[in-house]
Design a binder for this molecule. Structure first.
Ligand SMILES: CC(C)(COP(=O)(O)OP(=O)(O)OC[C@H]1O[C@@H](n2cnc3c(N)ncnc32)[C@H](O)[C@@H]1OP(=O)(O)O)[C@@H](O)C(=O)NCCC(=O)NCCS
Length: 183
């Protein structure tokens, strides 16, 4: 069942952002952002360069995933979001968050609104979940701002935590608890 959030653009026209499961027919739209170096530079994705690669990713990662949503404008995929609760019994209290928005839609509050919808939804759906966390490259200021706007706390710096594009890189760790106030 898709979930919808009404938002207003600067002209006060009401626009509907929807979160829904991925479909194979999203492949071309998926390639629009997963094939764009401006988007992938801060992610773990290799930049895709064909519709077939997009189709495989949707088939193998998005569709089987327990919470991977297409962020849509008028049902067209313009972004990607996942929230992955850990599987182990003693780690089910936390989940990892990730998201991207197609570059032509940046700066319109879409990631913030989509993530807010998903957060409300997952805390209802996964009853053991109390903590969401996101690890962000230190140079990724836009993503840090999205998390901060939603009330995530910056917990600290994870030094040389991941290999990003061949280089050991620092990450900031952010978290939001189910009991934290969310704007
Ligand atoms: C990060 C990303 C998802 C944000 O999407 P978005 O829809 O533009 O996000 P929003 O409009 O909701 O919020 C972005 C905020 O960051 C701010 N911002 C963007 N770039 C910035 C920068 N270089 N420095 C400081 N702030 C920046 C915007 O001004 C906005 O804040 P504001 O509302 O206070 O003005 C998008 O830029 C993206 O897909 N980036 C590449 C993939 C990525 O980094 N994913 C996250 C991996 S952790």
């Amino acid at each position: 069942m898709p979930i919808t959030y009404e938002m207003e653009n600067t002209d006060n026209n009401s626009l509907a952002i929807t979160l829904r499961p991925y479909r194979l027919s999203d492949a071309e739209d998926f390639l629009m952002y997963a094939g764009d170096e401006r988007v992938t530079q801060f992610t773990r994705w290799n930049t895709l360069n064909s519709k077939e690669q997009a189709l495989s990713y949707i088939k193998e990662f998005c569709i089987p995933h327990c919470y991977c949503k297409s962020i849509c404008f008028n049902d067209r995929s313009i972004g990607f979001l996942f929230i992955k609760p850990y599987d182990e019994d003693n780690e089910k209290c936390r989940a990892e968050v990730g998201y991207v928005v197609a570059a032509e839609y940046w700066g319109r509050g879409i990631a913030t609104r989509a993530l807010k919808m998903a957060i409300i939804d997952v805390f209802k759906q996964f009853t053991d979940l109390v903590r969401l966390q996101a690890k962000v490259l230190i140079e990724n200021k836009g993503s840090q701002r999205v998390l901060e706007k939603l009330g995530f706390q910056k917990e600290g710096l994870l030094r040389k935590y991941t290999i990003h594009r061949g280089t050991a890189s620092d990450l900031f760790m952010y978290s939001l608890l189910s009991t934290d106030p969310m704007p």
